[in-house]
Design a protein around this ligand. Structure first.
Ligand SMILES: O=C(CO)[C@H](O)[C@H](O)COP(=O)(O)O
Length: 222
């Protein structure tokens, strides 16, 4: 918790007056958003664009003004958490189920910052099962196609029934093959009809804010 707070709050230092800020989802970026709420109360002028309904509610509670894609041309900075980060700054995201909006916002941002305590740093992506968001129509067939490219999907449940994303879709949490190239897998998955998006974020991260073993803040840049 303390580690998440340190990296989360550090990221708020990159947010400057007048910026449009992509607000991620999860328990690490929660601290960034809280800090931004405090700074807004002290006079910082920003507009947030949230990656989930949960984050939208949090930002509203904190008094952070919000915007949407119908009102803006671009996003200055987006800050979000991750489930896994490798040395290439490739990510697995979507543990909280917000991967689709997170990827849309990360791609639209001029700078994409990831806040991740040291437990998220891995040599190879894949110990965390890869979330794949699929439309509900024909999801049984989509599952077969995901299986056919070597993944082992399991539908995400919420109290016995399928978990529904903010976009009204299902999520398959997938074991991925050992020696897979993240970029290739990201593309292959998104070619399957019914797959809306997957949690591999490749070539998108500009900066990872994390901690070393002595709990010093470390910035990993691309
Ligand atoms: O991708 C995400 C949500 O869809 C989160 O960023 C990811 O799950 C990390 O969350 P946390 O900071 O709570 O560990």
């Amino acid at each position: 918790m303390v580690d998440k707070k340190i990296v989360g709050e550090k990221a708020a230092e990159f947010v400057k007056d007048g910026m449009v800020v992509g607000l991620g989802t999860g328990s690490t970026v929660f601290y960034t958003i809280q800090k931004l709420g405090q700074l807004v109360k002290e006079g910082l002028s920003i507009k947030g664009i949230p990656t989930s309904v949960q984050t939208e509610e949090l930002a509203k509670e904190l008094g952070i003004p919000l915007t949407s894609f119908s009102e803006i041309e671009s996003i200055d900075i987006a800050i979000d958490g991750a489930d896994e980060v490798n040395s290439e700054l490739e990510l697995i995201k979507g543990g909280g189920g917000a991967l689709l909006r997170e990827k849309i916002i990360a791609r639209a941002a001029k700078i994409f910052i990831v806040v991740a305590d040291s437990s998220k740093r891995v040599e190879k992506l894949g110990a965390f099962r890869l979330p794949v968001e699929v439309i509900t129509f024909g999801y049984e067939m989509t599952e077969k196609h995901i299986r056919a490219i070597g993944l082992v999907p399991e539908i995400r449940l919420n109290g016995g029934t399928p978990f529904i994303t903010d976009n009204g879709n299902y999520i398959f949490d997938c074991q991925i093959p050992e020696h897979v190239q993240p970029e290739m897998l990201e593309r292959m998955l998104n070619m399957i009809p019914g797959v809306v998006e997957n949690g591999l974020f490749v070539g998108m991260t500009d900066l990872v804010i994390t901690l070393d073993q002595e709990k010093n803040v470390v910035m990993l840049r691309r």
